[in-house]
Design a protein around this ligand. Structure first.
Ligand code: SF4
Ligand code: SF4
Length: 432
């Protein structure tokens, strides 16, 4: 697409009348909203936020208060599931944030930091590997223990609090698998591509490897294409849609022509955005058709394994497991049964349903970094629900949720282990 066409796409990045009109203000979504449940404030409910979007659509200024109410939204899309009128709240909040991004000038240092993180760091394997090396040294050579022991983190205010939420760096990173093909065990049934993510490549490298092994056990030839890049989910959630479109085009160019039966991700947040490339590029004539095809090929790993029929040759795992629905899997992709079905297929595993399992845990991409106070309150309530279930493992299907729930267990838990559904399957296959 010619660069001159970009401003046209940007002008469309705001809530559309037809999407706003769907809300009939019935309020049936209020109880499914984590921020409304904590604050009880209408303006921090889905209905209140949509009302404010309508005001801006009708010409009201983008005020600081409007930004705050929208910033406090987790974009968990719980309200979308609850809404009987079919309001696509995810589409609205992403468009509203993009409009803010395009119309409001942020302070210089904030712009610089956002430019670096979203424009340079996340799409760059080289920079991510450098960040991973720094984190690894800090976390594994006594520096973290020293900083914590001396109380230095307490003096660092917000930075110190965030340190607790920082993901662990894992070596080797999953970037070392890029360009490789992993053969199917037994007869090849499917040829699939695996997307490694951005931060997941350095903080969930072992989970990505487990994903490859589980797919191999299920007759898949797994390709980890070299040309892939960050999916753009964090960009979309932050309103930075032009950068997200650039990343989407790169992924489409790298993966679409390779004849894959499916393009897979083990991260629900990524999957949701990848499945919506068709919406992201709906006005890009050069990529529209490719984006639609790409979105159709994208599958969450749970959804894919449940659909192809899981290889049952697993060992016994005497675990009591509960499951936390990842918002972008349950509400974004409407995938609820598949992860439960996979867990229940593991011999010896006892499954325990958690009450309100699809209520957000407060992770929400980088929300826990930007809105730490609210995120921790939402997490506290989630841990009360998790603790009410007699389970020694909390399983989930999203890397962000795993980090958040681990922090939750450390602060409020009963020593539960937090694991991805795929890690449990991998363990069961290894035990066979
Ligand atoms: S978003 Fe849906 S459930 Fe919520 S107030 Fe609007 S119509 Fe009602
Ligand atoms: S996306 Fe989540 S936090 Fe935002 S309004 Fe909907 S339910 Fe509330």
């Amino acid at each position: 697409m010619a660069a001159s066409e970009l401003p046209v796409l940007r002008d469309l990045d705001k809530p559309q009348q037809k999407d706003l009109d769907r809300c009939v203000h019935c309020g049936l979504c209020l109880n499914s909203c984590p921020t409304y449940r904590v604050l009880g404030v209408e303006m921090d409910s889905p209905r209140g936020r949509i009302y404010q979007m309508v005001q801006v659509h009708n010409g009201a200024e983008i005020s600081a208060s409007y930004q705050q109410h929208l910033d406090l939204c987790l974009a968990c899309r719980g309200c979308e599931t609850a809404c009987p009128s079919g309001v696509q709240y995810g589409r609205l909040i992403e468009a509203a944030r993009a409009e803010i991004e395009n119309r409001v000038q942020r302070p210089f240092l904030t712009r610089l930091l956002r430019r670096f993180v979203f424009g340079s760091l996340l799409p760059s394997p080289a920079l991510l590997k450098m960040a991973a090396a720094g984190m690894y040294v800090y976390q594994n050579f006594g520096l973290q223990a020293l900083a914590r022991g001396l109380g230095i983190l307490k003096l660092m205010g917000k930075m110190g609090e965030l340190e607790k939420l920082a993901p662990p760096a894992e070596f080797p990173t999953f970037f070392s698998a890029y360009g490789k093909v992993f053969p199917a065990e037994g007869k090849r049934r499917h040829k699939v591509a695996l997307l490694g993510g951005c931060i997941a490549n350095i903080s969930f490298a072992r989970l990505n490897e487990a994903t490859v092994r589980v797919l191999q056990k299920n007759g898949c030839e797994v390709h980890v294409p070299r040309g892939q890049t960050c999916c753009g989910a964090l960009h979309v959630h932050s309103g930075i849609r032009e950068d997200a479109r650039r990343l989407a085009r790169r992924n489409i160019d790298a993966l679409l022509g390779e004849g894959f039966d499916a393009i897979l991700t083990n991260s629900a947040g990524c999957g949701s955005t990848l499945k919506e490339y068709n919406e992201l590029l709906e006005h890009d004539e050069a990529y529209k058709a490719g984006a639609e095809k790409f979105s159709r090929l994208v599958k969450d790993i749970n959804e894919f394994l449940a659909a192809i029929g899981l290889n049952p040759r697993m060992g016994n795992l005497p675990l009591r497991v509960t499951y936390q629905d990842s918002c972008h899997l349950a509400h974004g992709q409407k995938v609820r049964a598949a992860p439960r079905q996979l867990l229940k297929a593991v011999p010896g595993l006892e499954f325990q349903e958690m009450p309100l399992s699809d209520l957000c845990c407060g992770s929400a991409g980088i929300y826990n970094v930007l809105q730490t106070g609210m995120s921790m309150q939402v997490l506290g309530r989630k841990m009360e629900l998790a603790n009410s279930v007699p389970a020694n493992v909390i399983a989930t299907a999203n890397t962000g949720c795993m980090l958040q729930l681990r922090a939750g267990v450390a602060m409020h838990g009963k020593g539960q282990r937090v694991a991805h559904v795929i890690e449990i399957l991998d363990e069961a296959y290894r035990k066979a």
